[in-house]
Design a protein around this ligand. Structure first.
Ligand code: FES
Length: 123
Protein backbone atom coordinates (compact mmCIF):
# COMPACT_ATOMS: atom_id res chain seq x y z
CA UNK A 1 0.00 0.00 0.00
CA UNK A 2 2.83 2.43 0.91
CA UNK A 3 6.07 2.99 -0.98
CA UNK A 4 9.52 2.71 0.62
CA UNK A 5 9.86 6.46 1.30
CA UNK A 6 6.56 6.58 3.15
CA UNK A 7 7.44 3.50 5.17
CA UNK A 8 10.87 4.98 6.02
CA UNK A 9 9.36 8.25 7.26
CA UNK A 10 6.78 6.29 9.27
CA UNK A 11 9.33 3.93 10.83
CA UNK A 12 12.00 6.62 11.35
CA UNK A 13 10.09 9.87 11.58
CA UNK A 14 12.29 12.99 11.40
CA UNK A 15 11.89 15.80 13.91
CA UNK A 16 9.42 14.16 16.27
CA UNK A 17 8.73 15.90 19.55
CA UNK A 18 8.18 19.37 20.92
CA UNK A 19 10.26 22.53 21.16
CA UNK A 20 10.32 23.76 24.76
CA UNK A 21 11.24 27.34 23.82
CA UNK A 22 8.96 27.37 20.80
CA UNK A 23 8.12 30.50 18.85
CA UNK A 24 4.71 29.16 17.82
CA UNK A 25 2.56 26.06 17.65
CA UNK A 26 -0.13 24.92 15.26
CA UNK A 27 -2.70 22.25 15.99
CA UNK A 28 -5.07 20.87 13.38
CA UNK A 29 -7.49 17.97 13.42
CA UNK A 30 -8.59 16.40 10.18
CA UNK A 31 -12.29 16.87 9.43
CA UNK A 32 -12.10 13.57 7.55
CA UNK A 33 -10.91 11.27 10.33
CA UNK A 34 -10.30 13.32 13.49
CA UNK A 35 -6.56 12.63 13.56
CA UNK A 36 -4.48 15.50 14.99
CA UNK A 37 -1.09 17.02 14.22
CA UNK A 38 0.85 19.53 16.31
CA UNK A 39 3.65 21.56 14.70
CA UNK A 40 6.19 23.44 16.83
CA UNK A 41 8.34 26.18 15.32
CA UNK A 42 11.50 27.94 16.41
CA UNK A 43 11.69 31.08 14.28
CA UNK A 44 14.64 33.45 14.08
CA UNK A 45 14.75 36.48 11.78
CA UNK A 46 11.80 35.14 9.82
CA UNK A 47 13.48 31.78 9.20
CA UNK A 48 12.42 28.38 10.56
CA UNK A 49 15.46 27.36 12.59
CA UNK A 50 13.83 24.27 14.04
CA UNK A 51 10.55 22.43 13.55
CA UNK A 52 9.12 19.45 15.38
CA UNK A 53 5.85 17.57 15.23
CA UNK A 54 3.59 15.26 17.12
CA UNK A 55 0.97 13.41 15.13
CA UNK A 56 -1.78 11.30 16.60
CA UNK A 57 -2.85 9.60 13.43
CA UNK A 58 -2.22 7.02 10.80
CA UNK A 59 1.05 5.99 9.14
CA UNK A 60 0.49 8.35 6.21
CA UNK A 61 -0.12 11.27 8.57
CA UNK A 62 3.10 10.56 10.47
CA UNK A 63 5.10 10.14 7.24
CA UNK A 64 3.57 13.35 5.83
CA UNK A 65 4.41 15.33 8.97
CA UNK A 66 7.94 13.95 9.00
CA UNK A 67 8.49 14.84 5.34
CA UNK A 68 7.00 18.28 5.90
CA UNK A 69 9.48 19.09 8.66
CA UNK A 70 12.42 18.20 6.40
CA UNK A 71 10.99 20.50 3.72
CA UNK A 72 10.26 23.45 6.03
CA UNK A 73 13.45 23.71 8.08
CA UNK A 74 15.69 26.54 6.91
CA UNK A 75 12.93 28.20 4.90
CA UNK A 76 11.54 31.66 5.48
CA UNK A 77 7.98 31.79 6.79
CA UNK A 78 6.80 33.03 3.40
CA UNK A 79 8.52 30.15 1.64
CA UNK A 80 7.22 27.60 4.15
CA UNK A 81 3.66 28.87 3.69
CA UNK A 82 3.88 27.84 0.05
CA UNK A 83 4.45 24.16 0.91
CA UNK A 84 1.31 22.41 -0.26
CA UNK A 85 0.05 18.95 0.49
CA UNK A 86 0.75 18.14 -3.17
CA UNK A 87 4.42 19.00 -2.55
CA UNK A 88 4.49 16.64 0.44
CA UNK A 89 2.86 13.83 -1.55
CA UNK A 90 5.32 14.38 -4.39
CA UNK A 91 8.33 14.22 -2.06
CA UNK A 92 6.93 11.07 -0.48
CA UNK A 93 6.71 9.51 -3.93
CA UNK A 94 2.93 9.30 -3.75
CA UNK A 95 0.18 8.29 -1.35
CA UNK A 96 -2.90 6.18 -1.94
CA UNK A 97 -5.93 8.32 -2.88
CA UNK A 98 -7.70 7.54 0.39
CA UNK A 99 -4.66 8.89 2.27
CA UNK A 100 -4.30 12.27 0.56
CA UNK A 101 -6.16 13.97 3.40
CA UNK A 102 -3.34 12.89 5.73
CA UNK A 103 -0.93 15.13 3.80
CA UNK A 104 -3.45 17.98 4.00
CA UNK A 105 -3.38 17.63 7.78
CA UNK A 106 0.40 18.19 7.86
CA UNK A 107 0.34 21.16 5.48
CA UNK A 108 -2.56 22.77 7.37
CA UNK A 109 -0.82 22.35 10.75
CA UNK A 110 2.29 24.14 9.45
CA UNK A 111 0.20 26.99 8.03
CA UNK A 112 -1.65 27.25 11.34
CA UNK A 113 1.64 27.46 13.25
CA UNK A 114 2.93 30.18 10.92
CA UNK A 115 -0.33 32.14 11.19
CA UNK A 116 -0.18 31.89 14.99
CA UNK A 117 3.41 33.13 14.91
CA UNK A 118 2.48 36.07 12.69
CA UNK A 119 -0.50 36.98 14.91
CA UNK A 120 1.73 37.02 17.99
CA UNK A 121 4.49 39.01 16.32
CA UNK A 122 2.55 41.70 14.50
CA UNK A 123 4.27 45.06 14.73
FE1 FES B 1 -6.69 10.56 8.95
FE2 FES B 1 -4.50 9.54 7.99
S1 FES B 1 -6.42 8.54 8.22
S2 FES B 1 -4.74 11.44 8.96
Amino acid sequence: MYNETVIDHFNNPRNVGEIAEKSAMGQVSSPVCGDTTFIYLDVEDGVIKDIKFKTFGCAAAIASSSMLTTMAVGKTLDEAKQISNDDIVKNLGGLPDVKIHCSVLAADALREAIENYEKEHQA
